[in-house]
Design a binder for this molecule. Sequence first.
Ligand code: TYD
Length: 207
Amino acid sequence: MTSASSRGVFIVIDGIDGAGKSTQVQRLCDSLRQQGYQVTQSREPTDGRWGSMIRNSATTGRLSLDEELSAFVEDRREHVAELIQPALAEGHVVVVDRYFYSTVAYQGIRGADTETLLKDMRAEFPIPDLTLFFDLPVDVALQRISETRGDVPNEFEQEDSLTKIRKTFHRMASECDEVQLLDCTSSVDDVATEIAARVSKTLATAS
Ligand code: TYD
């Protein structure tokens, strides 16, 4: 698929853990709603049956790579068909927290071939109008994870894994036209201002 092929605007926020994604996604959606846009806000893994299974596997036992990969893909198929495409067709601004880039980065570190995965993902799923990869040095990310959660980082949040994940995000940023890296080391307000500027530009050119 080459574009979201619809009247709406499709925005994705992705990137390594600890960069403040959830806070910024919420702020962005609130601000767009205040400006009068109809906004559909969502996330992956979703709260649907596949997404719930994935989230449960964090406590019930990790799935094998193949099972995990197919669960993320099925979750996305349902998400795109039932929420993303219909909302875009209605002209909404659709903001999604994590998308296929996470599959490439996170299932990639478990051994899946990242180039093939990226190619397959781009062939099957709508390409966003704008994707922002939240980026920051791994040591800062780790520090933020332990400060905000007050607990030990999970399996994906170990230094080695995060370094590989960040590298994969950087490579995708240089290969995918719709992707922009966003430095998240500055304050929450400064990052929010930068996101708003980049999203406004996309909304202006898309309409
Ligand atoms: P998320 O709920 O966004 O966690 P956080 O709020 O910590 O960012 O995502 C849960 C985990 O799922 C996250 O560590 C990344 C992982 N993930 C994959 O491994 N593959 C995927 O395709 C997606 C969408 C997420």
